[in-house]
Design a protein around this ligand. Structure first.
Ligand SMILES: C[S@@+](CC[C@H](N)C(=O)[O-])C[C@H]1O[C@@H](n2cnc3c(N)ncnc32)[C@H](O)[C@@H]1O
Length: 206
C-alpha cells in the first residue's frame, strides 16, 4: 500500500486510524518504530476482540454481492481474505494486550495531542478519501493539517478512491487548496490493488 521497501529503520512512524490491523505489531517485530493511533483504543482488548469478530462476519456476508469491485490476486478468494483478516486482528489483539497505550494511542482525529514533529512519517490507510461520504472536506483538511504538524517529513494516504472505486473528488480539491501550497503533493502508483482502481497513494511532503 505504501511502497515502504526503502523506509529507513530510524523512521518514527505513525499509523493513523490503524484499527485492528497488524501493521504496528509486525513492523515493530521487524525492528521498526511504529505507533498506532485510533479512537477505538479507549476500549479493552477483550471488547475490541469481540467487535472484530462481529464486524468481520458482517463484512464477509456482504462481500459476495460486491465481489466484482475487488481484484482477487493478493487474496485468492473470500476464504483467503477471511483467514488473513483473522490472523491480522489476532496479532493486533495480542500486541495491544502486551503493549497497551504505550504503543496503541487512543486518538480522536483531528485533534491528536502529539507534539510538533513527533513522527517522521505518517501512514493513513482506509480512512481518508475512501469514506468521503462520511468525512467531509473540511474534516479531511483539519486531519491532514494536524498530521502535517506532528510529522516532520511525509504523510502517505492509501487509497485515493472512494467506496465505489472512483477517484475521490476531494483529491483534486486538496491539491488545489491554497492552504496546502507550501507542501509537495503527488499521487504514486503502488503494487497493492485489492479494491479495483485502488492502487495509488497520495504522498504529501514538507
Ligand atoms: C476501515 S478502518 C481502517 C483500519 C486500518 N487503517 C486498515 O487499513 O485496516 C477505519 C478506522 O478509522 C477509525 N476512525 C474513524 N474515525 C476516526 C477518528 N476521528 N479518529 C481516530 N480514528 C478514527 C475507526 O475506529 C477504524 O478503526
Amino acid at each position: 500500500m505504501f511502497d515502504l521497501d526503502n523506509l529507513h529503520k530510524n523512521e518514527l512512524i505513525l499509523d493513523v486510524a490503524s484499527g485492528v490491523s497488524s501493521f504496528c505489531a509486525e513492523a515493530n517485530a521487524k525492528g521498526c518504530n511504529v505507533t498506532a493511533s485510533d479512537r477505538i483504543y479507549t476500549s479493552s482488548p477483550l471488547e475490541i476482540g469481540q467487535k472484530c469478530r462481529q464486524d468481520l462476519d458482517v463484512v464477509l456476508k456482504q462481500l459476495p454481492e460486491i465481489v466484482d469491485l475487488y481484484v482477487w490476486n493478493f487474496f485468492k478468494d473470500i476464504q483467503a481474505l477471511k483467514a488473513q483478516r483473522e490472523k491480522a486482528y489476532k496479532l493486533f489483539i495480542e500486541d495491544f494486550k502486551n503493549h497497551g497505550t504505550k504503543r496503541y494511542m487512543p486518538v480522536e482525529y483531528p485533534s491528536s495531542g502529539f507534539i510538533d514533529n513527533r513522527f517522521t512519517t505518517s501512514l493513513v490507510s482506509h480512512f481518508l478519501f475512501l469514506y468521503e461520504d462520511h468525512i467531509n472536506y473540511d474534516l479531511h483538511k483539519k486531519i491532514i493539517l494536524e498530521l502535517l504538524r506532528i510529522t516532520s517529513k511525509e504523510i502517505r494516504i492509501f487509497p485515493v478512491v472512494n467506496l465505489k472505486g472512483e477517484k475521490s473528488s476531494l483529491v483534486d480539491t486538496l491539491m488545489h487548496d491554497q492552504d496546502f501550497k507550501r507542501f509537495q503533493i503527488s499521487i504514486k502508483k503502488v503494487d497493492y490493488e485489492f479494491m479495483k482502481n485502488g492502487n495509488e497513494m497520495m504522498a504529501i511532503t514538507h
